[in-house]
Design a protein around this ligand. Structure first.
Ligand code: MLT
Ligand code: ZN
Length: 476
């Protein structure tokens, strides 16, 4: 096992090999830079150890990535690919030092193909730039992670990022038609193509999407586009308590007869935190919980009928108030509240664990009840919000102000996880396993499943140099 994780340290010779392969300006071993590129959005207080890369590389092309991988594989140096650093699982953390490969210089939108409805991009493009370009052509790029104004598309694909429109359009992986990748030995190849169907061989495109950089490095992606819906409306329904709000979620689709683009949940604590953080009143902040329901249509009259129906249904199912946002500013106000929850949480607290649990939609009330029970037992606070339409809850449990806060949170996590397993749920819906959650994988997947993940990893990367130390724990 040890030999799988025995790596060469980076010395002057490796630095000069990297410099001559991709140019002096694209390689750095500046200590401050190394530190700032050595973590993502998981607070470093979550880990007991410290992790830092030995070199930072900024490739400008697939060819550069290939040259770096040749040096890394010939010298057995770990390589951790990194997007914008907005990840939530420690995926970009260089667990074994080595090289961190940043994609900030590979940020071109290569082509928008209006006939095939595709856009081809490099991994360092900021996600919202793709949506904006598509919208200028009356097209929709449907991937919509909350961090879309900062995250890179390469990271979204590597994590199979979800976000706010999964219920209608699927997660990032569902938008991917093809990937150019660089393999561990430096080979450049393509999986998939500009085609809507493909059963020729195994579906490596969608194996790479969500593989968190442990199998191959994404250097280009062909993404699917759709016609841009002409009109949209956001409803904010205020409920007296989380139970009533959540119980309404399946009814939106069943009784409403439509699939909204988003169904998002915020509990009272989330609403209060954001209000305090923004220092500004937020809509429904006095409610026990709230749902955002986003509807999209091409025909304005159809949309109006839909939101009237969903508004009336909300009231029938216990909503105390329904706000209709149909202008840019009212919509922004609602979404600003939802999107500010993570920021507000990390502003006020630094000892917490943010969960990314998924359960079948009819078990979300049970999940919320369990979280409440487990937190109250220990006198802990929690913030619950997330993608209610997907059964995906981001419950953030705040650690106590005591030295043993790591241990306490671990006990709480394990109690919640065993309930999630009993409900038929899973550990992560969209944030990924990375470094943060790999220790819990054995609770959710059986031994055979974990062995298969390791075999696939080694088939792609026999030297174990691509983002080692992520997803599975090789000591177990
Ligand atoms: C969200 O839904 O807000 C995102 O997954 C990000 C987060 O929870 O930090
Ligand atoms: Zn989310």
């Amino acid at each position: 096992m040890d030999s799988l994780f025995t790596y060469r340290k980076i010395d002057e010779k490796i630095i000069s090999l990297l410099r001559s392969a991709i140019g002096d300006g694209n390689v750095s071993s500046d200590d401050e830079k190394l530190i700032s590129f050595s973590h993502d959005e998981v607070p470093s207080s979550s880990y007991k150890g410290h992790y830092k890369a030995e070199a930072l590389v900024f490739p400008e092309s697939s060819n550069h990535v290939s040259e770096i991988m040749k040096i890394a594989s010939e010298n057995r140096i770990p390589v951790t690919p990194r997007g914008a650093g907005t990840g939530l699982s420690g995926g970009a953390l260089p667990a074994f030092g080595g090289i961190v490969m940043s994609f900030e210089k590979m940020n071109r939108i290569i082509e928008l193909d209006e006939k095939n409805l595709t856009v081809t991009v490099e991994p360092g493009v900021v996600t919202s730039e793709i949506s904006k370009l598509a919208a200028r052509h009356d097209l929709l790029y449907a991937g919509d992670p909350c961090s879309g104004d900062a995250s890179f598309i390469g990271g979204n694909i590597a994590e199979n990022a979800g976000g706010n429109k999964v219920i209608k359009y699927g997660a990032t992986g569902a938008q991917v038609l093809a990937l150019e990748v660089v393999l561990a030995d430096g080979t450049v190849t393509w999986f998939g193509g500009k085609r809507r169907k493909d059963v020729t061989g195994l579906d490596f495109t969608h194996l790479i999407a969500g593989s968190e950089g442990i199998l191959a490095i994404i250097t280009k992606a062909v993404l699917k586009l759709l016609p841009l819906p002409r009109h949209s409306v956001d409803l904010l329904a205020a409920f007296p308590d989380p139970e009533t709000a959540i119980a309404f979620v399946p009814q939106i689709i069943k009784k409403g007869g439509i699939i909204p683009a988003s169904i998002e949940f915020m509990d009272k604590k989330a609403l209060e935190l954001v209000e305090k953080y923004l220092n500004n009143p937020v809509p429904a902040s006095d409610a026990g919980a709230a749902l955002i329901i986003q509807l999209e249509e091409n025909d304005h009259d159809v949309l109006e009928r839909q939101y009237e129906k969903i508004g009336a249904l909300s009231k029938e199912h216990g909503a105390s108030e329904v706000y209709v946002a149909d202008t840019r500013s009212t919509k922004d106000r609602i979404w600003q509240t939802r999107k500010a929850i993570p920021e507000a949480t990390s502003f006020f607290y630094d000892r917490y664990t943010k969960e990314d649990l998924v359960v079948p939609i009819d078990r979300v009330p049970d999940l919320l009840a369990k979280i409440k029970e487990v937190c109250l037992e220990r006198n802990l606070q929690w913030v619950a919000y997330g993608h209610a339409g997907d059964g995906n809850m981001h419950c953030t449990v705040i650690g106590p102000d005591t030295e043993d806060w790591h241990e306490i949170l671990l006990i709480v996590q394990k109690k919640i996880y065993s309930a999630v397993i009993e409900m038929g749920g899973t550990l992560s819906g969209e944030h990924g396993i990375g470094f943060k959650r790999k220790g819990f994988m054995k609770l959710f997947l059986d031994k055979k499943h974990l062995e298969l993940i390791k075999s696939v990893k080694l088939a792609f990367d026999p030297g174990n140099i691509l983002n080692p130390g992520k997803i599975v724990d090789w000591n177990e």
